[in-house]
Write a protein that binds this ligand. Structure first.
Ligand SMILES: Nc1ncnc2c1ncn2[C@@H]1O[C@H](COP(=O)(O)OP(=O)(O)O)[C@@H](O)[C@H]1O
Ligand SMILES: [Mg+2]
Ligand SMILES: [Zn+2]
Length: 447
């Protein structure tokens, strides 16, 4: 255990207490006060270039993103930086395979199940899409650089290791973790782009949901070690290729059970058309949107407690029939016209055994961190649905009414909307009835 100290540009002295990791570039240390990490890039060849790169990243305004940004540069002769220590967080690697000896399905559930995986990945994608929205390329998405909440009740995700953040795409600076490199980066044809980040993210999402790497089918896992290199360069078909079955996998969780149609379609576009033609590859924002919508579509099984897509008639983990549900549909409201169904729902949320919370993503169509604020919570009760507002007022109109006179306040104590007429919906308004806004249609009673 080293008792070294380093000084940062502000003159703060950090005692390096515990080494968290050692990589190609140097080492990462937890400091004695416990709130910071120090990344020492001692083994760097071009120290000045790296110092400039870290200074560039430090100057970026990244405060609205869950990324472990550099807070201070180290004073020369050291090269490196100080960042916030992510306490209670673990690398997303912990979700990719069960520890030896544990039953897969039980472990999948104990680590949060399908719903949590979808939400964690959506949150990781938000951090990455947030960088892309600022014109930045991250460069090295991997199971070690995405950190997630340790406690299973929490769903945070952060990106660490921002050293390679850049605006431009330089083929000379291609750097990736094996298994995550986009084909054009691996081949050296192009440098990293937001779409090579999207490739790496897709690999991670597919792996965390299905528990197999999208290019490691039976051909690879049972074949010569050299085949893995072919697979990681996407020179083999991916496991679920729509016409080429050479690399099918007999492992992993059934795709319809953990991806659903929308995410399976993104995976196909990424690993099939998008393998050679990068413009056919979906961006990270598409993944984020569909991961959230997929998480919204999960319900807990009353028997085994796993979460599963509501589109299944029975719990795919244990086979028990789906519990009774109410339905929440997010739509537009136009004053005088009422609910606009023609444009389709912005989100669909089944409501079963556990409370559901509508956030600003649902109620205002926002994205990123601020979209996580809860605006309405819903809970299925014996006689209907209990709705409670949070910080922003909400109103409710009874089935069949579109006039402002029929609107009453939801309040924070909440009220129960009776669902005795299944085909008629209550409308919860997230704006005054005489303005255009989003609404939640609540109907129920159906299996
Ligand atoms: N901000 C942080 N909070 C907690 N652990 C961290 C943090 N930054 C790095 N680590 C730990 O140190 C390891 C190496 O850090 P990283 O920045 O990814 O270095 P490398 O460039 O060697 O990949 C990580 O895998 C992680 O375990
Ligand atoms: Mg790393
Ligand atoms: Zn079940």
């Amino acid at each position: 255990m080293s008792k070294r100290t380093v000084t940062d540009e502000n003159g703060t002295v950090h005692a390096l207490e515990h080494c968290l990791g050692e990589g190609g570039q140097g080492s990462v240390w937890r400091t004695r006060n416990g709130h910071r990490v120090v990344k020492l890039c001692s083994r760097t060849r071009d120290r000045e270039a790296l110092r400039r790169q870290i200074a560039f990243v430090k100057r970026l305004d990244l405060r609205d993103l869950h990324v472990a940004r550099p807070l201070a540069l180290l004073r020369p002769p050291e090269v490196g930086y100080v960042a916030e220590f992510l306490s209670d967080m673990v690398p997303v690697r912990t979700l990719l395979a069960p520890p030896r000896g544990l039953a897969v399905e039980r472990w999948y559930q104990d680590t949060g199940g399908l719903q949590r995986r979808l939400r964690l990945l959506a949150h990781a994608g938000e951090a990455l899409a947030g960088l892309h929205a600022k014109g930045l390329i991250y460069g090295d998405i991997s199971h070690d650089n995405v950190f997630i909440s340790g406690p299973v009740e929490a769903n945070e995700a952060w990106l660490i290791d921002l050293d390679n953040l850049r605006h431009d795409s330089d083929p000379q600076s291609a750097l990736y973790t094996p298994g995550y490199g986009a084909p054009e980066v691996v081949s050296g044809a192009r440098g990293p782009t937001s779409l090579s980040d999207a490739w790496a993210f897709a690999v991670l999402a597919f792996h965390a949901l299905t528990l197999i790497h999208p290019f490691c089918g039976d051909l690879v896992t049972e074949g010569e070690p050299e085949l893995e290199e072919e697979a990681f360069a996407a020179r083999l078909p991916w496991v679920d290729h729509s016409s080429d079955p050479r690399n099918r996998s007999s492992h992993g969780i059934a795709r319809e059970q953990v991806l659903g149609q929308q995410l399976a379609a993104l995976a196909r576009k990424t690993f099939e058309e998008g393998a050679q033609d990068i413009l056919k590859r979906p961006g990270v924002a598409s993944w984020v949107e569909r991961l959230h919508l997929a998480a919204d579509q999960t319900v807990p099984c009353a028997t085994c407690r796993q979460t599963f897509f509501v589109t299944a008639p029975a719990c795919p983990w244990c086979g028990i029939a789906r519990p009774p549900l109410a339905h929440v549909k997010i739509l537009r409201w136009e004053p005088g016209r009422g609910v606009i169904e023609a444009m389709g729902a912005r989100a669909l949320l089944p409501l079963a055994g556990t409370p559901v919370r509508l956030t600003r993503r649902h109620t205002r169509g926002e994205s990123g961190l601020r979209a996580r604020a809860v605006e309405l919570s819903l809970e299925l009760r014996e006689r209907g649905v209990l709705v409670r507002q949070h910080d922003t007022p909400a109103w409710v109109t009874p089935p069949g009414r579109t006039d402002a006179a029929a609107a009453t306040s939801v309040t924070e104590r909440g009220r129960v909307l009776p669902l005795d007429v299944p085909e008629r919906s209550w409308v919860v308004h997230f704006g005054p009835v005489e303005t255009p806004h989003r609404v939640a249609l609540i109907s129920g009673g159906t299996r």
